[in-house]
Structures are given as structure tokens and as C-alpha cells.
Design a protein around this ligand. Structure first.
Ligand code: KPL
Length: 310
């Protein structure tokens, strides 16, 4: 199976490196020729879960160089999905599958705009990966990856099983999910709690467990998200606070992706996370004051960067 991982961020680099080490035919795809050239020279440097530094030489190229693949994993930031979706037709072979493994809501819809829903899969990953620098990452916490066919997809359960096996073969914990939309929301419930609080307070995920006020806000955001999901007809498993606690424990040393974005001066995924909860809640007449406020604070934090002191 020929694989492409689109997006050389933390998750993209990790997946490409693990697949490569497992002997898969994989390429990392980027849209920036200058970065492609640098990553080709340097390889991908991974600090493993055991704390060992490894350099893994992964083939890296532009979409036109890599060409059609059987499986293309979209691992770009949610705010880059629309532009990434434009190169997907070049990367997906006849009968090939696109799998989004991104945070938040709205990615499936953006990808479907260019490649349709028939050969689409969605995935949700609860693992912790920190990007230290271009092509340099820390695999900071194990976590399960769920993969399934969303509404409108015609990818068969057998094909989903083959993709799940591929992930397992690369040493990742992976499970098929028939209710992948519910899994996306379960992850959203976690992200709307952990990501903005860790980004605003500039702390690793585990610190939230030691900060009672921050924890209270994180749980309140997660509870609101769960209520919106339920109002939208999705039944999510488990209690949001318990789920938050488990992910904070499993990824305690990890810097959330939103904290990494804020520290690097990049845009954040707030529009795909808390803003989605707030918008969908509003549309159903369900108040989401905590998600409203966190959305405003994160927008403000991004706007404030040029004025920051110290
Ligand atoms: O998805 C994540 C993120 O940082 O975006 C978690 C699971 C919270 C790990 O940090």
C-alpha cells in the first residue's frame, strides 16, 4: 500500500516516521519546496517514548512529486484544510482513500469539497506529540487512534480494518469505530477543555490537574460541548471530566497543539474547536458561555502577540 502523509507538523512527522520504520512505502508531503529541501537533508528527528533520539529518513516531496497513493492521511492544521484539500486530487489514486486525522470539526466538509465523500475516512488521535522545530518532534504520550467511515463514505469495513492494521503495524494503538462522528465529538470535548487553557496559561497538559481554577474552566467547556453533541443527536460515551482527566494524565508532559501554536506565533485551531461548539450551540438555542469566552480569549491572544512585553 502506497501512503502519503500530508503536512509535516508534529503528528504528520510522527506518523511518517513510524510508518517508515515499520517498512511501509510512505512519503511525507509538504507544499513548501524550501522546507522539503531542508527536511530531505536532515531527516525526521524523533524523541521516542523512551526518551531516545532517532533520525528517520522519510521520503519527502511536493504532491506532484509523490503522485497518487492508496491512502493519503491529512495531518495539517484545521485552518489549512482548505488549501491542503486542493492538492488531494493529485495524491489520491483511483480507488484510493483520504483519511483526515485532524483536530476539530469542519475538516471532513472542507476535504469533501474537492474529493467528495465516497472515499473518505475520518480518524481521531489521542496521542501527544510536540513539535520542537522543523522536522524535530517529541513523541510525548501514547493514545488510541480511532478510524471509521463517516456519513456518505463508501469505504467498506474490510478496507477500514486494513487501515487499522497498518497503524497497528507501526506500533500505534488503533481501533475501528462505526460511530466515528461520535468519536470526533469525544475528542472535541477533550480539546475544548485542554487546548485553550494550556495555551492561555502556557502549561503542559498534566499541569491542569494541579490547577483547580483552570481545571474548573476546562471541565465547564467540556461539559458544554458534550451537551451540544447530545442536542445534535450524538450519544457520547463517558463523563467529560473523567475523559479530560485521563487524557491529561496520559499526555501530562505534552504541550497541547494550541500551546505550541501560540508559542510559535502561528494561528490556532480555536475556530475548529471552541468556536464550533459555540456556533452549533447558538444554532440550537443552547447557551455555551464558557466556549464563547474561551474563543474570544484565544482570538485576543493571537491578536495580542505583536504587543506582548517581555
Ligand atoms: O489533541 C491534543 C492536542 O494537543 O491538540 C491532545 C490530545 C490534547 C494532546 O495534547
Amino acid at each position: 500500500m502506497k501512503l502519503a502523509v500530508l503536512g509535516p507538523g508534529a503528528l504528520g512527522c510522527l506518523l511518517a516516521a513510524l510508518f517508515r520504520e515499520a517498512g511501509a512505502e510512505v512519503s511525507l508531503v509538504d507544499y513548501r519546496p524550501d522546507r522539503v529541501a531542508r527536511l530531505r537533508l536532515r531527516g525526521i528527528q524523533v524523541q521516542t517514548l523512551e526518551g531516545v533520539q532517532r533520525i528517520i529518513e522519510v521520503p519527502i516531496g511536493l504532491a506532484t512529486e509523490v503522485g497518487p497513493c492508496d491512502l493519503t492521511i491529512v495531518a495539517v492544521k484545521a485552518y489549512q484544510t482548505e488549501s491542503a484539500a486542493r492538492v488531494l486530487p493529485e495524491l489520491i489514486s483511483q480507488g484510493g482513500v483520504a483519511l483526515t486525522l485532524q483536530n476539530g470539526l469542519g475538516n471532513l466538509e472542507a476535504i469533501a469539497q474537492t474529493v467528495g465523500t465516497r472515499r473518505l475516512l475520518a480518524g481521531v488521535g489521542l496521542l501527544g506529540v510536540t513539535r520542537q522545530d522543523e522536522g524535530r518532534i517529541i513523541y510525548a504520550g501514547r493514545g488510541v487512534i480511532y478510524i471509521g467511515a463517516p456519513a456518505g463514505s463508501q469505504v467498506s469495513p474490510l478496507e477500514v480494518a486494513a487501515v487499522v492494521d497498518l497503524f497497528r503495524g507501526a506500533g500505534l494503538e488503533c481501533q475501528p469505530r462505526e460511530d466515528i462522528e461520535a468519536a470526533l465529538w469525544e475528542k472535541l470535548v477533550i480539546n475544548v477543555g485542554i487546548n485553550p487553557l494550556t495555551a492561555l496559561l502556557r502549561v503542559p497538559n498534566g499541569a491542569l490537574l494541579q490547577l483547580p481554577e483552570a481545571w474548573e474552566v476546562a471541565v465547564a467547556a467540556a461539559v458544554e460541548a458534550q451537551a451540544v453533541a447530545q442536542a445534535a443527536g450524538l450519544s457520547l460515551s463517558g463523563d467529560p471530566a473523567a475523559r479530560l482527566r485521563q487524557v491529561c494524565t496520559n499526555t501530562s508532559a505534552n504541550r497541547s497543539s494550541m500551546l505550541q501554536d501560540i508559542l510559535a506565533g502561528r494561528p490556532t485551531e480555536i475556530e475548529a474547536l471552541n468556536a464550533q461548539v459555540a456556533n452549533r450551540g447558538r444554532a440550537m438555542g443552547l447557551p455555551t458561555p464558557v466556549n464563547d469566552l474561551l474563543t474570544l480569549l484565544l482570538r485576543a491572544a493571537a491578536q495580542a502577540a505583536p504587543f506582548a512585553v517581555g
